[in-house]
Write a protein that binds this ligand. Structure first.
Ligand SMILES: Nc1ncnc2c1ncn2[C@@H]1O[C@H](COP(=O)(O)O)[C@@H](O)[C@H]1OP(=O)(O)O
Ligand SMILES: [Mg+2]
Ligand SMILES: [Mg+2]
Ligand SMILES: [Mg+2]
Length: 311
């Protein structure tokens, strides 16, 4: 690994490599067929894949960057730094290592960084067989702001050099750009993407007022942001508190590096400091550009904002 690259660039390159390994763990648990499902709460599940992928990510990153603050979604019963040796990844993605670090991030130290890890986003969809919706998310925040991120999609199918390949990894770094996918212009009409497994009357009300030409209902925050990046949808609306900081940190960093915007449904950015509360209480509203984001915010009625604030 090149040690000469600035810390944020190295950490992003390491995150890409470890997300690939975590994605393989997610596929291996499914192939074995023993999901080990635990119910954490209402409509809220954890599987062996969530637990193992998180251990792989936290052990690998904390071995290389011991002073980082890493916050993962899952409460693992045992020590996250003791893992099988083939889960300890010290490689770093070569293409990402060559990125230009923005001047504002050159002086960043490990102690200044909070890493938000969602080892498996779209757990409901994973257990129900909607495997394309599943992603592994790593978000890197500095001064409470997402500056870099990874969305790994373990079940994405492609053909590389004539060979079938499973999985791809999308990354983004503030002011440096995005990679791992082909970006596309937003659709001509308003296509909204939203939850398929966590809806409620407030979520539906927020969709109704948008006057969209089409509503896509898919799982996971990572997958919905991928749909924005790839031109399948223009706005992501979720007027409910279910999403947490690990769901949005990585996707927000990539979306904003690509020119988009992710906020709560009032239009405020979330903060990603270590002491911030985990839930994204005021929902999620993301769009591929500023104009569409402004449009969507303007459509949210005051009573809906108040209902969410009082939840
Ligand atoms: N009510 C909820 N309880 C737990 N997690 C939720 C809830 N709503 C949303 N999430 C998390 O946000 C992600 C995006 O939400 P949705 O798929 O409903 O649009 C979900 O995949 C889930 O992440 P995870 O699967 O990592 O637990
Ligand atoms: Mg979960
Ligand atoms: Mg999630
Ligand atoms: Mg998760």
């Amino acid at each position: 690994m090149s040690n000469s690259a600035p810390l944020i660039v190295r950490l992003l390159a390491s995150s890409v490599s470890v997300a690939n390994r975590a994605g393989k763990i997610v596929r291996d648990v499914m192939s074995k067929g023993e999901l080990g499902i635990v119910e954490k709460g209402k409509d809220d599940y954890q599987t062996e894949a969530d637990r193992s992928a998180q251990k792989c990510i936290i052990a690998s990153l904390s071995a290389q960057y011991p002073k980082l603050c890493i916050i993962g979604e899952e409460d693992n019963p045992d020590n996250e730094t003791e893992v099988p040796s083939d889960w300890l990844i010290v490689d770093a993605d070569k293409e990402v290592l060559l990125l230009n670090c923005p001047d504002s991030l050159l002086g960043v130290k490990e102690e200044d960084i909070v890493v938000w890890v969602d080892p498996l986003d779209g757990t409901a969809e994973y257990t129900q067989g909607f495997l394309e919706h599943v992603t592994v998310l790593i978000g890197i925040a500095v001064n409470e702001k997402p500056v870099a991120g990874v969305i790994h999609q373990p079940y994405y199918k492609s053909i590389v050099d004539g060979e079938k390949k499973l999985g791809r990894t999308i990354w983004g770094l503030q002011e440096a750009g995005v990679g791992g996918f082909s970006s596309a212009a937003p659709p001509d009409s308003l296509i909204i993407t939203t939850t398929r497994s966590h809806s409620n009357p407030l979520v539906e009300k927020a969709l109704q007022v948008m006057e969209a030409s089409q509503i896509l209902r898919v799982g996971g925050a990572g997958y919905k942001v991928l749909q924005l990046l790839e031109g399948q949808a223009s706005v992501y609306v979720f007027a409910s508190p279910g999403c947490k900081k690990w769901d949005t940190c990585g996707p927000e960093a990539i979306l904003s590096a690509a020119g988009g915007k992710l906020t709560d449904i009032v239009g405020n950015f979330y903060k990603y400091g270590a002491s911030e509360s985990r839930p994204n209480k005021m929902g999620v509203l993301a769009a591929v550009n500023d104009d569409l984001h402004k449009y969507a915010i303007s459509k949210i009625p005051q009573e809906l904002k108040e209902a969410l604030a009082n939840k």
